[in-house]
Design a protein. Structure first.
Lengths: 730, 158
């Protein structure tokens, strides 16, 4: 995301020659609540300057202000300065610039501290800054300079398959040559054989029929061969691409993955790659044959009768315009039909999912009414579209037909005037059909190409993404379990810092309980330790080595995790347990399950360890899933163990079972545990309380912290009184 | 809260100050409880510090003195960016995106939405919200007030 815009010429005179603009961006809401089109904020190394209109800009020198603040509101944000503890709003902006300004404010804070390290943003722009057209998640604009980039990417994509592509093109040319030649044979037959009938030419009829049959057969055979080749190549290209994208996604950091909307990555792996395949099959697969047919037909028509040929070619633009208008209309009406269909589907989905609530509150009739309305909206538009199609399509055929009628008329005159033979007229009309029929395809070609280029861009966007995480780390070693957080600061994006200046030293085998209100960054701390994200500032050391220097595979294989919601893959219980150690023996699996208190319930299942779980498999209870997850962690034998709300979604009995299993698991391992129910952390060696100010507030044992009567004491008493209320009401 | 016990004013930083039953707050935040259905009723006035504790509720903005009402409305416009579309001057659809050129209560604006169903939220039969690719929301309060030409322009989304 761009943080340094070019200041408009008229404003530049206000910038001193001795200062340099560090950040600059437009803002779009004025102080009076009206849209602003010429507002700019520039931050130099010594002041903030706000430009709006022709008047003097407002200047805030760094030495006159105490700080800057980015404020996030509903659908907009504000850039404020802090002076004497008070906020002064200097500009407001819509969502178009909120993220940008959150970074600029961050950068300004750095400058205010007298440092010069620039702040940059990895986020992508939503629209092209040059032409304003949407970028659809890719970083190059297909409208501006990006077309060349897209084409280069396309070439890069095709390069390994170039010989196959050339061969297919050759086959395509063969197909059209074949159909062009067929017409010529037909003409010969009519003019030479049929027009001068005599009994001795009977054998010529037979030869003609056989020739035609052979030509048709070879045409069909070559076409089939071409189609098979195209499909094969398309599938191959998209498969190669799919696995490349998938591999890349697995390598990328969570920051990148979280930036994408849910489903978007899925779409890129399946949707975009399959679009590239479709393009290969439908657009590319017909490209050369259609072009060759059209050019060939046109040329042959010119040879037969150039006047008539020019007439028919002149008719092509008319057909093009009509088809194009028709296509555009079709596109828009079917799009709105698809939208209505989506509404209907999601509406239905909503009602079906909530059917219990609907029944509970006796709202069946209202829901029926609502559904009927949606259904009618869809039916109406469907009716409209189908009628439109039914009426307009014949008209379209008529336009095409008119051209042919035209040719037949003038051609007929020529035949009567003896300037053309009947066979030639036949041949001519056949070529005219060949000239007109790909028009519809040709009109949609630009759209297909555009769509394909976008898909290529979206796919290459991932492939070209620099993986932030794998860049260094090569250390592979056995972890001991001493962990140190050193001045760690982190935020998922620049707007809000989640953890600030965290310092914590954990000895091998220690169990640390992370405590704090929800959203203060407990899970974030753990995500950082697992290196799903990289810290913004400071470092995390394991046995004195920065975790960024570890080989990520080696690091992850030594950290075990039990989360609140355990994800089990579709497959047998056995495979799920040995996910982390695929070569584990049966004995090891059973031992791990026993430690995890899972062995007994697994044995009671009909299929034992071979029970199939996951989608369309057996559904396990929360406690059972947790115990499988613990067995998985036991088997992995990690040096560092992470428990994130591992027992919070369980009932008391299964919590007891899981808790017991966890106690066995945590001995001898460095453990980080997060739990809302503070009683679950009673075995922790030390408790770390993270406050709302993103800092560590308190560290100590349960008793120490209770004696201190600080935040932890408050949390414990709050939970106790809640428990009291609960028991009293029961 | 009403014009008797609460007095709102603009502070030097462009934010709202409040004097409520004699207690002075230098900067307060005003939240809409029903930003769509009753934008100017049930406004929750909260502290700008700490956990944003609620100071009071303005049940109806009409209960507040005229000049203070304007101050509040101006502040809300800067805190809730939800332009109301008055005229649709043009819609251009291309490659799955539509670019809108509209006149709103904030002035003339241009925004881009995806041409698929998720760009529009229907609040009622006649009330729509467009969400653009940046996440900005634009409201059409009553589609029946639009001209036939304007309706035609947004037909794809109806």
């Amino acid at each position: 995301m761009k943080l340094l815009f070019e200041l408009p010429e008229g404003y530049k005179k206000h910038i001193g020659s001795d200062e340099q603009i560090k950040y600059c961006a437009p803002f779009d809401i004025g102080a009076d609540g009206k849209a602003v089109y010429d507002g700019f904020i520039a931050v130099t190394e010594r002041r903030i300057i706000v430009f709006e209109g022709d008047g003097q800009p407002t200047v805030y020198p760094f030495d006159k202000i105490d700080g800057v603040k980015y404020q996030s509101f509903i659908g907009c944000g504000a850039f404020s300065i802090i002076k004497d503890g008070k906020y002064i709003r200097i500009a407001s902006f819509s969502m178009r610039h909120t993220l940008r300004f959150s970074y600029i404010v961050k950068g300004t804070k750095v400058l205010l501290r007298g440092e010069s390290e620039p702040v940059t943003s990895h986020e992508k722009e939503t629209t092209c800054l040059k032409c304003g057209s949407p970028l659809r998640g890719s970083s190059t604009c297909t409208k501006c300079d990006g077309k060349n980039i897209s084409l280069r990417r396309f070439k890069q994509l095709c390069a390994p398959y170039i010989w196959r592509l050339i061969f297919i093109s050759f086959v395509m040319v063969l197909v059209s040559a074949c159909s062009l030649y067929t017409q010529s044979v037909q003409q010969q037959f009519i003019d030479n054989t049929l027009r001068n009938p005599s009994p001795d030419k009977m054998n010529k009829v037979v030869i003609f029929v056989i020739t035609m049959l052979l030509l048709t057969l070879s045409n069909v055979a070559v076409t089939i061969y071409k189609n098979v080749l195209c499909v094969k190549l398309g599938t191959k290209i998209s498969m190669d691409l799919r696995s490349r994208v998938f591999n890349k996604i697995q390598q990328l950091s969570m920051t990148f993955i979280n930036q994408k909307r849910p489903g978007e990555l899925m779409n890129r792996v399946t949707g975009d790659t399959s679009y590239i395949r479709e393009f290969m099959e439908h657009a590319f697969g017909n490209l050369f044959s259609n072009l060759f047919s059209m050019i060939g037909a046109g040329a042959l028509m010119l040879i037969i009768n150039w006047k008539l040929a020019l007439l028919s070619i002149a008719f092509v633009p008319v057909c093009l315009i009509v088809t194009k208008a028709f296509n555009k209309k079709m596109h828009s009406i079917f799009r709105s039909q698809a939208n209505k269909n989506d509404n209907l589907k999601s509406g239905l989905n909503d009602i079906l999912n909530g059917i219990k609530v609907v029944k509970n509150y006796g709202r069946e009739e209202e829901e029926s009414e609502k559904f009927k309305k949606m259904s009618k909206a869809f039916a109406d538009i469907q009716y409209k579209n189908e009628t439109f199609w039914a009426i307009l399509f014949p008209f379209l055929t008529l336009t095409m037909g008119l051209g042919l009628n035209f040719i037949t008329y003038f051609g007929g005159l020529s035949v009567l005037g003896k300037t053309m033979t009947a066979g030639q007229l036949m041949q001519f009309t056949a070529y005219a059909t060949m000239l007109y029929s790909p028009l519809n395809w040709m009109i949609s070609l630009p759209r297909m190409i555009m769509r394909m280029l976008i898909s290529i861009d979206r796919v290459f966007d991932i492939l070209d993404e620099e993986s932030e995480l794998d860049s260094i780390g090569k250390v592979k070693k056995e972890i001991n379990g001493n962990i140190e957080f050193k001045n760690v600061t982190f935020g998922y994006n620049a707007c809000d810092i989640v953890l600030e200046d965290i310092n914590l030293s954990v000895k091998k085998g220690e169990m640390i309980g992370l405590v704090g209100a929800s959203g203060v960054g407990k899970s974030t701390m753990i995500n950082l330790l697992m290196r799903l994200y990289d810290v913004n500032d400071g470092q995390i050391l394991i046995d004195g080595v920065d975790i960024r220097e570890f080989d990520s595979h080696s690091l992850h294989s030594q950290i075990g995790v039990v989360l609140q919601e355990t994800f089990l893959f579709a497959g047998s219980i056995m495979n799920n347990i040995r996910y982390a150690k695929p070569d584990a023996s049966y004995e090891e699996i059973v031992r791990a399950a026993k430690i995890a208190n899972a062995h007994d319930f697994i044995c009671r299942l009909d299929d034992g360890y071979d029970t199939f779980i996951g989608s369309n498999g057996l559904t396990l209870s929360g406690g059972e899933r947790q115990r499988i997850a613990i067995a998985r962690a036991v088997l992995a034998n990690p040096k560092i163990l992470i428990l994130d709300e591992a027992t919070s979604s369980l009932d008391s009995e299964s919590e007891y079972m899981v808790q017991e299993a966890i106690e066995r698991l945590t001995s001898e391992r460095t453990t980080f545990a997060i739990a809302h129910r503070l009683s679950t952390l009673r075995h922790a060696d030390r408790l770390v309380v993270i406050g709302r100010n993103h800092h560590i507030e308190e560290v100590g044992t349960h008793d120490e912290l209770m004696a201190k009567k600080g935040t932890y004491y408050g949390l414990v008493t709050a939970q106790k009184s809640l428990f009291k209320v609960r028991t009293e009401t029961e | 809260m009403n014009d008797k016990n609460a007095h709102f004013s603009l502070n030097e930083g462009g934010f709202i100050s409040l004097d409520f039953n004699g207690t002075k707050y230098d900067r307060v935040l005003i939240f809409r409880a029903f930003p769509f259905s009753e934008a100017n009723k049930f406004l929750s006035v909260r502290e700008s510090i700490g956990r944003n504790a609620e100071i009071g509720i303005i049940k109806d903005l009409d209960d507040i003195a005229q000049n203070e009402r304007e101050i509040i409305l101006r502040d809300l416009k800067l805190r809730y960016f939800l332009p109301k579309i008055k005229n649709i001057r043009g819609v251009k659809s291309e490659h799955g995106h539509s670019t809108f050129l509209v006149t709103t209560d904030y002035g003339s604006m241009r925004f881009i939405v995806r041409s698929s169903g998720d760009a529009v939220t229907t609040l009622s039969d006649s009330r729509l919200i467009f969400t653009d690719i940046d996440g900005n929301r634009f409201e059409i309060e009553d589609i029946n007030k639009l001209s036939a030409v304007e309706i035609k322009r947004i037909n794809l989304f109806l």
